[in-house]
Design a protein. Structure first.
Length: 206
């Protein structure tokens, strides 16, 4: 009976490992493809550069924001809002963006990743300089936090979570000084370990 159980575990483990390596190989191919598409899209005549310049011209027409009607007039209302915003940001900061891309050793897979990498890290404030908010200020901040969390929960999607995970893996690879493939394997192993723990907890609570 024990031999049968051991054989089953070996088969399962081998299957999981095989699936993991297959996914890692596919992930490497996806990442390589994403980098190639990013390079093409950010060329002088690339999609994101052209989109950003169009957005810039529409923005220059006046007003606090580009109206939905103008987006429809130009036929770009169907392009993802985030993509339009990132393209505009890229064009408005084109020189610094291109310098940053050129200085990068691993390159980037999207404007989202580039924007996150270029975002300056805020220096932590000294404890002595942090004033304790009054009752009304604390209430206001609490309400803002709740509103923000509510908005974020409404915007969550499987695609967004997957994109965030990809960015986290890429950032982890840079921090750990390892390849994206290695970072992916470590992340998948950690996810599996957490899933196993959760499964055990659920079984124990049942």
């Amino acid at each position: 009976m024990q031999n049968s159980t051991s054989k089953s575990l070996v088969v399962v483990n081998n299957t999981l490992e095989a699936e993991g390596f297959a996914l890692a190989k596919e992930w490497k191919s996806i990442t390589k493809g994403d980098k190639a598409r990013f390079t093409k899209a950010t060329k002088a005549d690339g999609f994101d550069t052209r989109l950003g310049k169009l957005m810039q011209k529409l923005k220059a027409e006046g007003g606090e924001r580009i109206s939905s009607d103008r987006l429809k007039d130009c036929g770009i209302n169907g392009i993802d809002k985030r993509r339009r915003s990132e393209a505009l940001w890229f064009v408005e900061n084109e020189t610094s963006c291109r310098d940053f891309i050129q200085a990068s050793k691993k390159g980037f897979t999207s404007l989202t990743a580039l924007q996150a990498a270029m975002k300056p890290k805020a220096a932590p404030k000294p404890k002595a300089d942090v004033d304790k908010p009054t009752g009304s200020e604390a209430d206001d901040k609490s309400k803002v936090g709740l509103d923000s969390e509510a908005e974020q929960s409404q915007e969550l999607s499987a695609e967004g979570i997957a994109l965030d995970l990809m960015l986290q893996i890429e950032a982890f690879a840079l921090q750990a000084k390892c390849s994206n493939e290695q970072a992916f394997k470590l992340t998948m192993a950690a996810i599996k370990a957490q899933a196993d723990m959760l499964d055990q907890d659920l079984k124990a609570a049942a």
